[in-house]
Write a protein that binds this ligand. Structure first.
Ligand SMILES: [Mn+2]
Length: 313
């Protein structure tokens, strides 16, 4: 499969790289990594990156997005990264491309591209792209290595989550052949503003528990307004305040928005993905999300998570 993908990339003069919106370290890392790999090994090609602002991950060198007209897609190859479903992909103009390739490590839910390599055994899309580069004997420059290493770190919880294995370290070791300053990277990734620490403290005080010790936080629309921070900071950003609590194996963060109640589900032990899928969401075995219509549905999901622990007691 890697060889077929390589041949396809070689066949196009223009490549446009997509990834999911509201990007995390893996989305930006894999996008920059892929762009740098193609530029480094095939300098004659035009390689563009599109998508919304990298936000916090704008610190990754080479992460400036390109603004391109629709016409750039004519006769071009689009590569979609780190996106489990069509709705996740930022900038749906990938459909205008002559051919499409997808690299992903989310649980498969639909075919999107002409050529797809989906492997959930990879901790990160960055890991999958690094393996692609290694197997195809492609050169990895410093910018690519730093970007790919960053995504590997953020998606594996710094080599902590389940999917971390000897291959992860072999690939990380390959990337570390370039002089990556890990001290600087970790300082950037893990330092919090004091205001963020205060926000976390507020959320820690909001944690509640079900009968079987599922930890949860429920933020109403009004509370969200009063906090004066964006939805994502609350929904995705605060779910971690419940992690690493002794005796808590499943935790979920509910945030009421105009679009419905955002649910961020996490576990250190159970596969909570089927419950996210049941409520129209998706993601990974131990980290999934869904958006449900109202509080009642959110509480039904919470009851399902609680029952999951009850059944496994
Ligand atoms: Mn990822």
């Amino acid at each position: 499969m890697f060889q077929e993908i390589l041949k396809t990339i070689q066949a196009f003069d223009t490549v446009i790289i997509h990834r999911h919106g509201r990007p995390d370290g893996d989305a930006i890392g894999s996008q920059v990594g892929m762009q740098q790999i193609i530029k480094e090994n095939f300098p004659a090609k035009q390689v563009y990156m599109v998508g919304d602002n990298p936000g916090f991950y704008g610190f990754i060198e080479g992460s400036r997005m390109d603004t391109i007209p629709d016409s750039t897609y004519h006769g071009a190859l689009a590569i979609i990264l780190d996106s489990g479903s069509r709705s996740m992909i930022n900038d749906d103009r990938y459909q205008l491309a002559a051919r499409t390739i997808r690299f992903d490590h989310h649980i498969f839910c639909e075919k999107i591209a002409d050529l797809e390599i989906i492997d959930t055994s990879f901790e990160s899309c960055c890991g999958l792209i690094t393996e692609f580069a290694v197997q195809c004997d492609l050169k990895l420059n410093l910018i690519a290595s730093k970007a790919l290493f960053t995504g590997m770190i953020t998606d594996s919880g710094r080599f902590r989550y389940d999917s971390t294995n000897s291959r992860t370290f072999r690939l990380a070791s390959k990337l570390m052949e370039q002089p990556i300053d890990t001290n600087e990277l970790y300082r950037t990734l893990y330092a919090d503003d004091f205001s963020a620490k205060l926000l976390k403290a507020k959320f820690i005080l909001k944690i509640r528990f079900t009968e079987n010790n599922v930890a949860y936080i429920y933020t109403t629309k009004q509370e969200l307004q009063e906090l004066n921070v964006d939805t994502f900071t609350v929904s995705r950003g605060m779910v971690g305040t419940m992690s690493d609590t002794r005796g808590v194996d499943i935790w979920v963060n509910f945030t009421e928005t105009e679009a419905g109640v955002l649910c961020e589900l996490r576990s250190s032990k159970y596969n909570i993905n089927p419950i996210a899928v049941k409520y129209g969401g998706g993601g990974h075995a131990k980290a999934s999300g869904a958006t449900v219509a109202d509080k009642e549905t959110a509480m039904a999901m919470l009851a399902d998570l609680d029952a999951m622990i009850g059944e496994n007691k």
